[in-house]
Design a protein around this ligand. Structure first.
Ligand code: 5GP
Ligand code: MG
Length: 172
């Protein structure tokens, strides 16, 4: 039987979402902000975050798939869906569910910078530093979690459990 160990409650998540949305709203006032949600895991987080942002903001999505991690130290990331909006001279904040090794975000930041964005920052629901393999640092982090495979609040295991309103450590 798999076990779901509570990691973040709805209340804890909601509190940090508001705080981070406030910080972004302050930092990007009078700027041209575009939030880019990374599908699929970040969709719940982004939906909550954006409703607490109090400045003009546009939203777009990207989808990336990572592969080769177990055989290659650098990893490889394939962009399955790119942004539709023009990023030229815009200030971009990537909204990601989890920063784990950091390989995905390293590639996405480089890609978005090459698309002409004026600046690219990272907002993550969860920072898991234990397995970090890159220099990447998230600029806005809601929660730091030491380890474990997490599900809920958009995070899946084999596409299930995204609908759970809290975050759990899934022990298989
Ligand atoms: P990395 O930082 O290793 O390139 O990859 C991060 C991605 O791996 C995240 O966007 C997320 O999709 C996935 N990931 C990493 N850790 C977890 C986890 O604990 N649970 C789930 N569901 N996905 C994870
Ligand atoms: Mg992801």
């Amino acid at each position: 039987m798999s076990e779901f160990i509570p990691v973040l409650t709805q209340k804890e998540i909601a509190k940090r979402v508001v705080e981070v949305a406030d910080a972004i709203s302050t930092d990007y006032r009078d700027r041209d902000l575009i939030l880019i949600g990374i599908l699929k895991g970040a969709f719940v987080f982004l939906a909550d975050l954006i409703r607490h942002i109090s400045i003009p903001v546009k939203v777009d999505f990207m989808c990336a798939s990572s592969y080769g991690r177990s055989t290659s130290s650098s990893g490889r990331v394939k962009i399955i869906k790119d942004v539709d909006l023009d990023l030229k001279n815009k200030d971009v904040v990537i909204v990601e569910d989890i920063v784990d090794t950091g390989i995905t975000l390293t590639h996405l930041v480089a890609h978005l910078k090459s698309s002409g964005a004026a600046s690219v920052r990272i907002c993550a629901l969860i920072d898991k530093q234990e397995r970090r393999q890159t220099e990447i640092v998230a600029d806005y982090v809601c929660h730091s979690v030491e380890k474990g495979f997490l599900v809920g609040y958009g995070l899946d295991y084999a596409e299930f459990h995204r609908n759970l309103p809290e975050v759990y450590h899934l022990k298989l």
